[in-house]
Unconditional design. Sequence first.
Length: 346
Amino acid sequence: MARLRPLPVLGALAALVVIGISVGLSSGATVIPLNELPALLGHKLGWSSEVGPHELVFWQLRVPRVLLALVVGASLSVAGAMMQGLFRNPLADPGLVGVSSGAALGAVLMIVLGERLSFLHGMLAPYAVPIAALIGAWLVTGMILQFGSYQGVTSVATLLLAGIAINALVGAVIGLGTFLSTDAQLRSLNFWMLGSLGAASWGGLVSVLPFCLVLLIAAPLTAKPLNALSLGEAEAGHLGFRPEHLKVVIVSLTAIGVGGCVAQTGMIGFVGLVVPHLLRLAIGPDHRWLIPGSAMLGAFLLVVADTLARVIVAPAEMPIGIITAAVGAPFFLMLLWQKRRKATWL
């Protein structure tokens, strides 16, 4: 596949994000004509006195939902690009270090056991599952990082193997929690495990935004160290970078950003895996372009996927994880098949 010039690709991705935002704001069970969007924005910003009939739907439902899809899609994709650079493997994704499974574990335990905790029946009740998911993500990630480190040295191979083992153990606990759940809890578990932006609100956006911003702001600072790491750990050290420090930073940023996303939206698969892999094929492995490109493409794809989730079975809503898996898995298999036919390996 011929490599494209990064700048035009980033410009095209920026245009796609704008188009995705417009379509996401307009589409849904209640259709808002595109020509009404400027008036709705203008009225809120004080530029127009005209009030549209869809103002409540637009500002209370559509805008926070589209913004949440943007930041979550960007965060998952950027985390995926960083993890693939750290492991030097395009098959890597944030789930390898236990962020997604840890968040799922925390959420499942809270859904199944939360009713027995008396202190959760007050003001904390709406935030109990996201908080538990975030704590679970951090604890499991920290455990995997601890297994992968010895005497100040972090082994990427050991980190990967520890992630596989602990993710399997966490999966067993999740399965037990699912088995012990009631019918009502099981419905909640299934919807959360499949991922959804249906609970998007201004409060939810504000709660997840700090975690995503930490990841998105810090990620470009890892571009040059990741480029050096692609030459090998010894070579990166000779170039003045500290591979051990970089490993801890990247895993920590992934736990913060992706843990916050999963806590708010549930499990959304394949975004962090396919997006950076696709961009790496298109513009090359330079993380100075790969990280911002992944942010924009991931944001666009998740907004489009969420729009489809709202439209396909309207007025009901399909879990977004079904759409991302249905599109992402065949696409990734196609890439693997093309590599196989060329008799090369990733």
